[in-house]
Ligand binder design. Structure first.
Ligand code: FES
Ligand code: FES
Length: 161
């Protein structure tokens, strides 16, 4: 067992982990931040996306030990300081960008990373960026719509479903 320390959602945290412990496992099992979902554990579904030092990362592809000293943001850290939904979260709600909600934390974290890098993405750029995020409810149309809305775009221009 080794000790890891990092900042998660602005708070300093530490814990004992095995060498094989994934960041997704540390967040969920040690910190009880279960908003980071695990759909595959094999880097395919994107349900576990978090931000590590501002970059979108699939938390099941990173060992907890590799996150030593980093700043991690999970879906629990995405709300506004007053507890209200962030712009992206609100857009997902307003545009029905979720059905069962399993993929939603990863979708929101990926969308936030996209808009950070490209505040005005085209529909095609959004679809391409979300290549690593799978929605088993196949709600992609409204997810794309929500991200366009969060970017302040006219969602009536989105291609028909
Ligand atoms: S659980 Fe990490 S990509 Fe699926
Ligand atoms: S809303 Fe169900 S998996 Fe995407």
């Amino acid at each position: 067992m080794t000790q890891v320390s990092m900042t998660v959602n602005g708070k300093a945290v530490s814990g004992e982990v095995e060498g094989r412990t994934l960041l997704s496992g540390f967040l969920r099992d040690s910190l009880n931040l279960t908003g980071t979902h695990v759909g595959c554990d094999t880097s395919q579904c994107g349900a576990c996306v978090v931000h590590v030092d501002g970059v979108a990362v699939k938390a099941c592809t990173m060992l907890a030990g590799e996150a030593e000293g980093t700043e991690v943001t999970t879906i629990e850290g995405m709300a506004n300081p007053d507890g209200s939904l962030s712009t992206i979260q609100q857009a997902f709600q307003d545009h029905h960008g979720l059905q069962c909600g399993f993929c939603t934390p990863g979708m929101v974290m990926s969308a936030a990373a996209l808009l950070q890098d490209n505040p005005n993405p085209s529909e095609t750029e959004i679809r391409e960026y979300l290549e690593g995020n799978i929605c088993r409810c196949t709600g992609y149309h409204n997810i794309v719509k929500a991200i366009m809305a969060a970017a302040g775009q006219d969602v009536s221009k989105i291609a028909a479903e």
